[in-house]
Design a protein around this ligand. Sequence first.
Ligand SMILES: NC(=O)c1ccc[n+]([C@@H]2O[C@H](COP(=O)([O-])OP(=O)(O)OC[C@H]3O[C@@H](n4cnc5c(N)ncnc54)[C@H](O)[C@@H]3O)[C@@H](O)[C@H]2O)c1
Length: 446
Amino acid sequence: MALKITVIGTGYLGATHAAAMAELGYEVLGLDVLPEKIEMLRRGEVPMYEPGLEELLRRHVAGIEGSSGRLRFTTSYEEVGAFGDIHFVCVNTPQKHGEYACDMSYVESAFDALAPHLTRPTLVVGKSTVPVGSAARLAERLAATAPAGPDAELAWNPEFLREGFAVQDTLHPDRIVAGVMSERAEALLREVYATPIAEGSPFVVTDYPTAELVKTAANSFLATKISFINAMAEVCEAADGDVAKLAEAIGHDERIGKKFLRAGIGFGGGCLPKDLRAFMARAGELGADQALTFLREIDSINMRRRGHMVEMARDAVGGGFLGKRVAVLGATFKPDSDDVRDSPALNVAGQIHLQGGQVTVYDPKGMANARRLFPTLGYADSSLDAVRGADVVLHLTEWREFRELDPAKLAEVAGERRILDGRNALDAALWRKAGWVYRAMGRPSA
Ligand SMILES: NC(=O)c1ccc[n+]([C@@H]2O[C@H](COP(=O)([O-])OP(=O)(O)OC[C@H]3O[C@@H](n4cnc5c(N)ncnc54)[C@H](O)[C@@H]3O)[C@@H](O)[C@H]2O)c1
């Protein structure tokens, strides 16, 4: 009989994972504590924007015409316990308020709610990003509180999907990491992921702590690469160099590589910043804080970028924002997502607003989330409307739509033709040709 799978927590990670598991042929039951989210999913509607996810979901959600019917949703842990052979835990692990450490309360309450319903041999698989040491502790707690006892086993299987590519990354992962303590657990995970493994996805078997560390190590490496090029941008600005050329030139070295070397206003989102900080906090608890003090610098370089963008904008409008109109193109932390969690773009917009600027934001998909988080900012329905009358335009999220803008059209409505490219992604020559003063971070001004 095919495995029955449950997915606990149906956010960016869980909703995608649930739909992907149904696509792989399993019967799937998704659970969330938010009834409104579950209602939407039952109707085949995705509670966020993720390219391709709605189509995938609608292909499988029970009750939708023409669907496989393999995917259902519930708010009942009892139903989940009775249904599943394998339970994937995908709940959020945010930063604790006022601390660097990870808030594990959502994971803990998910485990506590699930355990009493595990009456037969089962595998619980953690996918959330957690501090190293969590899996060992949760495995003990599970065995102690589940009626099935030690037959309620735990595996840790961190997730590497990228928002904007979540469907592709979940169906065709570039690697699968399985932190397991038994052959049975490994065999079950190999069975779940049989299709991607057959397609060539590497399957890396580790112990619990290594699996947990792989995720935070990968995020730390990526963050370091971004902050490295941003640090080079700072030096380029001081020395009149061009960071884009520098990145191109060092990227030809295969050991360095071209990816993640675009200088700009830095990283944000619901993962990288909080994962770096939780990693530092956990290393401190383990007495290994010295090993990660460099991450503090990576974080500072990154946060400094936002302040620097605000300064560039202030300079551009003559030294003060009072009475100045600022158009902000982009609200989400990256393109092809509606996620505005710790978004550098909104952070910059918010700072300028607080300094007296009249900010108007436009984003292709992030408007509703941005409005909820920053209700006092101005919002426009299009780039053109955002730019109308603006004294300066800030390009802060690298949506394709912004790269394809016609600078000549925008020039007709702008108050002043000044654009600051916070992502080094626009065609400088094209904008200059249309009469704009184009400036980007870490590059010469003309
Ligand atoms: N978003 C990403 O790109 C991504 C990538 C890799 C790893 N992760 C990790 O995955 C985890 C989830 O991230 P996300 O972005 O999907 O978060 P999210 O906030 O979008 O989703 C979490 C979901 O869990 C639900 N939830 C909270 N407590 C619950 C409980 N006790 N029982 C059932 N459901 C509960 C929430 O209502 C929410 O719908 C985090 O640890 C994150 O670091 C995320």
